[in-house]
Design a protein around this ligand. Structure first.
Ligand code: SF4
Ligand code: ZN
Length: 430
């Protein structure tokens, strides 16, 4: 309540809320910040629609039908196609609609096809990732995950009010036009709910996901001329700036170098700006004069220099959205990592939330670092401090999330069994 539609610049979040809240306890997520800026739009669907419903859950007692998750196949995929093959606003449903089924679970494939005179493959994953937010903002509809791990639920109330499969399309059509009019002319949507059809199209989608991943994983910090900044979180951490390189994604995990580059093309005056690399100052720490100058200027002169590859010497600052915290355990002469989803104790005697209080807020905290999960498997992961082989502890869920990537990287550094040698909470928490 009482949140202004547009947050005036310079006003921090808790002031805007008009409450005295401990900033550090908020541990804000980027998405909340973006929520302030999104206008509540009139979308022709039979349920209420707006950012207020984004975090809403649909519980089992309330469930009418669900898609994906553990029960069925579910995916979403967005691509550009030739303009003349598309009809703007066309929404097709292939398979049974939700008023003609008896079971509570259906497969789902959401395919969005865009037409544009300035189509660019780099934009596809960025707009695709908004599907999560767009669908979530409908009352009584819950959306989790992305790509081929989505989980969508529709509540009994939403169904009674008339929500049907085609409304996923109505929402996506309206929202993509509203937010991406500069790079999108036509939006066409096909919703699949027939198992065979879902599987057919999923094959094409998986090929595209893989190509996207390969494009970024083949890139190195040395192979590019520019890094990118991200200043999105300055609305609540005014001195924080993320520097994003091909081998180090934003600490929230949501922005890779390719994403930042594409965002810059979409809005040249926006939050992602190129930083021309120029000559390197220290290749062990990963310090560039241009990066230091940029960060000094944009951090309101509060941070003089940052190392891209160290958490002990001039580490990057953290806003509060980090997926993981890496921290020094002096007694073990190593580091531990804890991810946001892990709520238990860590060997430092602190939970993720307690630790987050001392890491966030845009200050440099040597020995602590907020990072995106995939930075752990980067070849540049805290290279100056010894890299992956210095990790002595991480929660099991994080090991599972990183999966094969962690084993591949361990092999590369010459310790193929490392992931099994890193302790987790089932071994010890002290
Ligand atoms: Fe915030 Fe950094 Fe993520 Fe940008 S990349 S949204 S500044 S955490
Ligand atoms: Zn942030």
């Amino acid at each position: 309540t009482n949140i202004p539609e547009i947050l005036p610049s310079g006003i921090t979040k808790y002031e805007a809320l008009g409450k005295e809240l401990d900033y550090k306890k908020i541990v804000p997520r980027c998405v909340e910040v973006r929520g302030f800026k999104v206008k509540v739009s009139k979308i022709p669907v039979p349920v209420l629609y707006g950012p207020a419903f984004e975090g809403e859950r649909v519980r089992k007692e309330n469930l009418y039908v669900e898609f994906g998750g553990k029960k069925s196949t579910g995916f979403e995929f967005l691509k550009y196609s030739a303009m003349d093959t598309l009809e703007d606003g066309k929404i097709e449903v292939i398979g049974p609609d939700i008023d003609s089924i008896k079971e509570q679970s259906l497969p789902l494939g959401i395919v969005v096809t865009l037409g544009s005179r300035n189509a660019n493959k780099d934009f596809e994953p960025i707009i695709e990732r908004q599907i999560h937010r767009y669908i979530n903002e409908a009352q009584g509809v819950m959306h989790l995950g992305q790509r081929d791990i989505i989980w969508v639920r529709v509540s009994q109330e939403a169904f009674k009010k008339g929500f049907r499969l085609k409304h996923f399309g109505t929402i996506l059509h309206a929202q993509i036009h509203q937010e991406y009019s500069a790079i999108v002319d036509k939006v066409q949507i096909t919703i699949y709910s027939d198992q065979k059809e879902v599987e057919n199209v999923l094959e094409e989608a998986r090929k595209a996901y893989k190509e996207r991943d390969e494009r970024i994983s083949g890139m190195t910090d040395e192979s590019v001329d520019d890094f990118y900044s991200c200043a999105l979180c300055q609305s609540f951490a005014p001195n924080h700036i993320c520097v994003i390189t091909p081998e180090r994604l934003g600490l929230c995990g949501a922005y890779s170098w390719l994403d930042a580059k594409a965002n810059f093309q979409i809005s040249p005056a926006g939050a992602n700006q190129p930083i021309q690399k120029g000559p390197i100052l220290d290749d062990r720490l990963g310090q560039w004069k241009s990066v230091n100058d940029f960060v000094h200027e944009k951090s309101n002169k509060s941070v003089e220099k940052i190392s891209m590859y160290s958490l002990l010497e001039s580490p990057q600052t953290s806003c509060g959205c980090f997926e993981c915290i890496v921290a020094l355990i002096p007694e073990a002469n190593g580091f531990m990592v804890v991810n946001r989803d892990y709520t238990g104790e860590t060997p430092l005697g602190m939970t993720f939330t307690t630790l987050a209080g001392s890491v966030g807020g845009g200050v440099q905290a040597p020995g602590f670092l907020g990072v995106g999960r995939y930075y752990l498997t980067s070849r540049k992961f805290i290279l100056a401090d010894g890299g992956l082989q210095r990790i002595v502890w991480m929660p099991k869920s994080l090991k599972q999330f990183l999966g094969d990537k962690l084993y591949e990287r361990a092999k590369e550094v010459g310790f193929p069994d490392l992931p099994d040698q890193i302790a987790d909470e089932t071994i010890a928490t002290e």
